[in-house]
Design a protein around this ligand. Structure first.
Ligand code: SF4
Ligand code: SF4
Length: 441
């Protein structure tokens, strides 16, 4: 049978062999964590603690500041050493609550299993999800309760669970599906209930046959959930591409999945939804794939949020002699890090360490008009034209050429024989469009 897919895309080296068979291991309690106040898209949080405060694990450290915002919680118990400016893996710099651990792993009392969690009114479910500080764990970090509250007038008919994990090297979602299928499915059923949909689809790439078969076996009868095997192609896990592949629907230019009746959530987020609704457990830890040729013992590790990359890497045997580039996430969409002092965030799916020969950008050469970037672009854009417009400061024209539809997947840069820095230019152009829109009010 021909597997369903989307137009464009590339086939980079997948690197999954480093960790796909490695069960999730729990990191020993770190002595100190630095928990950034901003870990989601939206308004930064407002601190509730101060230097000297004693905190239990799971305690709220900072309150959401508005509707598009979620609180942050302590991931270990101990004493607040201060609220300080630190290196932030996404924002460059940002404030964080520094907790010195007491080594006791003392948790707040309110985390308890609620047998009747599935009967809760949907608004109470949403409140538990917001209070638990959930933001998309696939990397997008958009507040989950907002995504689960479509505006009136947007009729949602299908929820999609994203188990694709197309980003090379990363295996944290794969391991979660193998080790916690019931919790993920319970979370997905909560998501479907909140959205009021009868149809659920779980999309998984066909290189995870064990996860496909286990998820199929684990789906409760009559739940209205179909598990779909998808071809291995990057960026199969991007929302618009996943919707096209599973439902053959297209998100309009400038639109959102909910415009065509769909909401997509990542498998890690679904598990966190279950824990938030059934246990009132806040999001204080996550599975991180620690991998690449620069790591001595690649692993999948359950890490308290706020733990320094250095601690996680030490747990994985340290760096090899050839290690030379630190990336948060995968090689296609990840963010290069200046140091190992940066903390793990709610959205940190991977720590990738590349070696010398992979670490350096080759010099750009003139475009040879081969058209390969256009052929692979999953958003049907003209990457080479967009780059030219950005370089020549023709931002308004770039906007008319739909620069904002770029999902920054990096497929164009990956395929370009002239090493054009296409995605970097386009990202820069998008930021300029946002500035122009802000100025225009
Ligand atoms: S233009 Fe954007 S969406 Fe298209 S391939 Fe390049 S990075 Fe991906
Ligand atoms: S792939 Fe590179 S060389 Fe070919 S058209 Fe695009 S920018 Fe030019």
């Amino acid at each position: 049978m021909k597997l369903r897919t989307f137009a464009g895309g590339v086939h980079p080296f997948d690197g999954k062999k480093f960790t796909e068979k490695k069960p999730i291991e729990k990191l020993p309690l770190p002595k100190q964590v630095s928990i950034p106040l901003q870990q989601h898209i939206g308004a930064p949080t407002v601190p509730l603690v101060e230097k000297g405060s004693e905190v239990a694990a799971g305690q709220k450290l900072a309150e959401a500041n508005g509707y598009i915002s979620v609180p942050v919680h302590a991931s270990i118990s101990g004493k607040v050493k201060g609220i300080e400016e630190i290196d932030h893996p996404v924002a460059g710099r940002g404030k964080a609550v520094i907790i010195e651990g007491d080594g006791n792993e003392k948790w707040i009392d309110s985390i308890q299993f609620d047998e009747k969690y599935f009967d809760l009114p949907v608004n109470d479910m949403r409140t538990r999800i917001k209070e638990a500080g959930l933001a998309g764990m696939g990397g997008a970090t958009f507040p989950t309760h907002v995504k689960l509250t479509p505006p009136s007038g947007k009729a949602i008919d299908t929820a999609i669970l994203n188990g694709v994990e197309c980003e090379p090297y990363l295996t944290s979602d794969h391991r979660l599906m193998l080790e916690h299928p019931e919790e993920i499915l319970n979370g997905f059923r909560i998501i479907m209930k909140i959205l009021g949909v009868k149809r659920g689809i779980i999309g998984i790439e066909s290189n995870k046959k064990d996860a496909i078969s286990l998820m199929k076996k684990s789906v409760p009868k009559g739940a209205g959930i179909e598990v779909v095997s998808l071809p291995v192609k990057y960026p199969q896990g991007a929302e618009k591409q996943l919707i096209k592949a599973t439902l053959n629907r297209e998100v309009p230019s400038g639109g959102l999945p909910m415009d065509i009746g769909v909401v997509v959530q990542n498998v890690g987020t679904a598990r966190a939804v279950f824990e938030a609704v059934a246990y009132q457990r806040p999001l204080t830890q996550r599975v991180v794939t620690v991998t690449g040729p620069g790591i001595k013992e690649p692993k999948n590790v359950l890490v308290p949020v706020g733990t320094a990359f250095q601690n996680v890497i030490d747990f994985c045997g340290g760096l090899t002699d050839k290690a030379s580039k630190i990336v948060m996430g995968g090689p296609m969409m990840g963010i290069t890090q200046p140091s190992l002092a940066v903390p793990v965030l709610k959205g940190t799916s991977g720590i990738l360490i590349l070696e010398d020969k992979q670490a350096h950008l080759e010099a750009e050469e003139p475009c040879i008009n081969c058209g390969r970037c256009v052929a692979v672009c999953p958003s049907n854009l003209l990457p080479t034209t967009l780059q030219r417009l950005v370089i020549n400061d023709r931002i308004e024209l770039a906007e008319r050429f739909h620069i904002m539809d770029c999902i920054e997947c990096g497929s164009c840069s990956y395929i370009c024989p002239a090493n054009r820095y296409l995605v970097q230019s386009i990202r820069h152009g998008k930021q300029q469009v946002i500035q122009l829109r802000k100025k225009a009010g």
